[in-house]
Write a protein that binds this ligand. Structure first.
Ligand code: G6D
Length: 328
């Protein structure tokens, strides 16, 4: 195992570092201090390198992208209806950064912050940042995000948070997978979910659970293209949906390799996109799939979706895992 630290760029006159962990199989992950962004997940097969996730090779694209490519999203991933919520009877009004609603941690969320990186071991790097009252969130929140790569080609991301005030905390990594040489439409997806969330026109959950039937049925591996074709019959043309998952959440695979996703929470959002070429995205020519492990969106308004409240002085740790497997 080795860990390297190099300069990747500069933001607000501060250096942005890239940390790269490489294991005995020459599998590597690269993470930026900016937004604790998962910049690359690279495997070597028969001497050939293969990147498994969408990524940019320059900081400017990460700063500009509206797609949050690989970035840590927080305090809260997803949407909060009407950008307001109550904790123990106290109401909080957040910034309405998407219509009436609140999306993805707001304009000053974790995805826009340059974390402080620290090499913890030869297979783990920790990123720390403190946010305070940003966009209407109550309290100061100290966040740490630890990326770990094992010699079994498994990536673990540990999120921990502690606050001086009751607040919310539901972070995720907005990583987009593309695990093969074939088009994303020809890659297969399996999602271990019997339900996904009904949403309103603003993509905010209504509270209803829908059965994973038809285009939403990935209980058995199915190509993403077949799913999109089934969606088109319903006059829908993208996946941007939250599935109710168990610990073993999903697998995305190509003919040559797979990545298994695990989480200690109950939600996974998938989102078809083409962050590299928005013109192609407009034509629904997608090149990757976001797979965002988290507690179900807008849980603060739906207690049955899980608990995203972080009580004052309570420390919480969440774990997301991604394991690469070669298939032949
Ligand atoms: C759009 O609705 C989608 C979100 O799911 C995604 O996370 C974001 O773009 C990057 O808002």
């Amino acid at each position: 195992m080795t860990v390297s630290k190099t300069i990747f760029g500069e933001i607000d006159s501060e250096p942005v570092y890239l940390y790269k962990i490489t294991n005995k199989n020459q599998t590597s992950i690269s993470v930026l201090s900016y937004a604790a962004t998962w910049q690359n997940f690279e495997v070597v097969e028969n001497g050939q390198k293969h990147s498994l996730i969408e990524h940019f090779d320059n900081l400017d694209d990460y700063i500009k992208t509206p797609y949050q490519v690989g970035k840590t999203i927080g305090r809260v991933a997803g949407r909060i209806k009407d950008a307001t919520f109550k904790i123990k009877g106290q109401e909080y009004q957040m910034e309405q950064n998407e219509g009436e609603n609140f999306l993805h941690g707001g304009s000053h969320g974790l995805q826009y912050q340059n974390f402080k990186g620290e090499i913890v071991t030869d297979q783990a790097v920790k990123f720390k940042y403190v946010v305070d009252g940003e966009d209407g969130f109550p309290g100061k929140l100290a966040v740490s995000v630890v990326y770990i790569l094992s010699d079994e080609d498994e990536v673990t991301i540990l999120y921990s948070g502690i606050s001086d005030h009751d607040t919310l905390f539901n972070p995720t990594c907005h990583v987009y997978f593309n695990v093969g040489d074939e088009n994303i439409r020809d890659q297969k997806l399996q999602i271990n979910a019997d339900n996904f969330l009904d949403v309103d026109d603003g993509k905010v959950p209504t509270g209803r659970l829908l059965p994973t039937d038809g285009p939403y049925d990935f209980k058995e591996p199915k190509t993403i293209g077949k799913g999109l074709d089934e969606l088109a019959l319903l006059d829908k043309f993208e996946y941007d949906d939250a599935f109710v998952v168990g610990r073993s959440a999903a697998t995305i695979s190509s003919k040559d390799r797979a990545v298994d996703l695990e989480t200690d929470r109950n939600g996974m959002v998938i989102f078809t996109a083409n962050p590299i070429d928005e013109k192609k995205a407009d034509k629904r020519e997608y090149d990757c799939l976001a797979m965002e492990l988290q507690t179900l969106p807008d849980a603060i308004h739906h207690p049955e979706f899980g608990d995203t409240i972080l009580n004052k002085d309570e420390k919480i740790v969440y774990a997301n895992k991604y394991r690469y497997r070669k298939l032949n």
